[in-house]
Every structure is written in C-alpha cells, then in structure tokens.
Design a protein around this ligand. Structure first.
Ligand SMILES: Nc1ncnc2c1ncn2[C@@H]1O[C@H](COP(=O)(O)OP(=O)(O)OP(=O)(O)O)[C@@H](O)[C@H]1O
Ligand SMILES: [Mg+2]
Length: 292
C-alpha cells in the first residue's frame, strides 16, 4: 500500500470513528435529533473536507450484488464524474444516496454528521441533495417561469401552495437560474415546446431553485445535440464550487470537458480513479470498456 493510500485510510477511519461518536451523541434514531437536522440543513458540517462519504456499501437484488463494498467520497464544491459500463451500479449508487434504495450494509454520510441512512427520499431532498433522472420531468403545460416557481414550493400541500408568493429574493434567484440555463428568452413559453436539451436544462434549473448543496445528475447529456452538450458542460463548470456535483455519463467528450477526478465503477465497486487520461490508460479500465 502506498503512503498516500495509508494516509487516506487512516483519515477515513478517523472520520468514521467521529461519525460513530456523533451518532451515539444524537441517540439512536430519536425523533428529536431527526427533526432538528431536517429543520436546519444549513448546519451541514464539511469541515473534514467531505460533503459525501460512502464506505463499504453493499446491496443485493435477488442474490446479485449490484453494489459491492463501495467506498467513495466527494469534496465540497467538487465536480466528480462517474463512468463505467452498463450495469456497473452507477444509478443504484445514486438510488442509495437519495434514499430510494436501502443498502444491506455500509455507511452513507452527508457532511460528517448527517447519516443519510436515517432519512427517507423527501427528507434527503430537503437536506439539500438534488437529483436529476435521465428523462426530463418538467410540467409541459406550464411555462418555463411557472416550472421554476413551482420548484420553490417545497410545501406541496394544495393550501400551502396556493398561499405561496414570490418574494424579491425568489425573483432574483429565478432570474439568475433562468440565465444560467439559457432560457431567458423562453421565459413565457410552454415547457412542452422546448427542445429535449432545453427541457433537461429546465429540470436542472428546477433543482437549482431549491439551492441544493449536492447535485446528482444521471446521464444529463443523453439525447442532446452537440451544441446543447457543450452548453451543458459550460453550465456544470459554472456550478462547481457553489455546489458539489456528481455526474454520471457515457459521453467521453463531455466528461473530458468537465472532469477533474473521474471515478470508474465496475461490478458495484470502484475500479479506478484519477484524471480522465489516467483512467483511460488503465489496463483494467480498457478491458471493461472494450468495444465501447
Ligand atoms: N431494483 C432492482 N432490482 C433488481 N435488479 C436491479 C435493480 N436495480 C438495479 N438492478 C441491477 O443492478 C445492476 C446495476 O444497475 P444500474 O442501473 O445501477 O447500472 P448502471 O451503472 O446505472 O448502468 P447504465 O450505464 O446502463 O445506466 C444491473 O445489473 C441491474 O439490472
Ligand atoms: Mg444507470
């Protein structure tokens, strides 16, 4: 083992022990600590340099290990790219982080104190983790602005939703997001008439309205034109730093445009990690990508 790996391992162990101590302090699933975290997601503690931390996570479906002792962490503000062959477990990993799938074992932390395995899907979204699925899911009968406004209405109950009023801060954010996703000139257009790429941007915009700390994006440029793909790369580069991003993609030119560290998943675990050039030169990676 290299000194780097040993150092990283020691740090990981120390973090894990601290997490366990924090968990013990909070009690084992007491509703008081649970509620407190949900009400104050701004208290996300990233002082240990990690916004997302997975260790030894496994999940099986009918005896098949889709995620197999997966360990991975992401720094605040980082834009991490995840690549890997079909069936590697990329989407399943996002399902676990967002509470859609419960792992059989392992640790999943948001910052150093929030144990994500104690929360359900809507609570995890409320904590500041936004997720974009592959297919755009915008409201086609509403305009671009209405879609973005709707994303602000976190209390979806009808009465609360009817009482909702945009304040100046919301309006500023709406304008900022609309400019970032290049849809200012389409503000009053129905979402249904937008191109596939524009719908994808709108959905990303809807996530941004909620000011997520971590964004998970699963194959965001699939089906986009080359021009839309380039603009999406610019958008993601502009988001990093302010947000942390985990981007799963098969489009290598897109990955090349946005990536710092690339993690290669295969058979539910990390096969390689490094710059795109480094992982592409890795024999094991070449083997699993052969023919792609
Ligand atoms: N709910 C489920 N029930 C049974 N098997 C599942 C379930 N979800 C995922 N799998 C299996 O787990 C494995 C990993 O699937 P996953 O969708 O995570 O792969 P992926 O890396 O996202 O692939 P792709 O690049 O094709 O999107 C696959 O073999 C898949 O069939
Ligand atoms: Mg997938």
């Amino acid at each position: 083992m290299t000194p780097d790996l040993m150092h990283a391992g020691a740090q990981r162990l120390a973090r894990h022990e601290e997490n366990l101590a924090n968990r013990a302090q909070e009690g084992t699933g007491g509703s008081a600590s649970y509620g407190r975290l949900i009400q104050h997601p701004d208290q996300l503690d990233v002082s240990h340099g990690r916004i997302l931390y997975l260790e030894d996570v496994s999940v099986s479906f009918d005896g098949f290990k889709a995620i197999n002792n997966l360990s991975l962490d992401i720094a605040p503000g980082e834009l991490r790219c995840i690549i890997g062959p079909n069936g590697a477990g990329k989407t399943t990993m996002m399902d676990i982080i967002t509470g859609k799938t419960r792992p059989d074992s392992g640790t999943v932390f948001f910052g150093s104190t929030i144990d994500l395995l104690r929360y359900n899907e809507p609570q995890i979204a409320q904590l500041g983790i936004g997720r974009k699925f592959q297919k755009p899911t915008v409201f086609e009968q509403l305009t671009v602005v209405e879609n973005l406004e709707l994303a602000l209405k976190t209390d979806k109950r009808f009465q609360a939703s009817m009482r909702f009023r945009l304040n100046a801060e919301h309006t500023d954010r709406l304008l900022e997001v609309m400019s970032a996703i290049h849809l200012q000139s389409h503000a009053r257009q129905l979402a249904g008439v937008l191109s596939h790429g524009q719908k994808q941007w709108l959905e990303i915009g809807m996530l941004l309205m909620q000011e997520p700390k971590l964004l998970l994006l699963d194959e965001p440029v699939a089906g986009m034109t080359d021009h839309e793909t380039e603009r999406t790369a610019e958008l993601f580069l502009s988001l990093k730093g302010k947000h942390s991003l985990m981007v799963v993609e098969h489009d290598m030119s897109f990955i090349r445009a946005i990536s710092d560290i690339v993690t290669v998943l295969c058979d539910g675990a990390v096969l390689a990690q490094g710059s795109l050039d480094e992982v592409q030169a890795d024999e094991r990676v070449i083997e699993v990508y052969l023919g792609r």
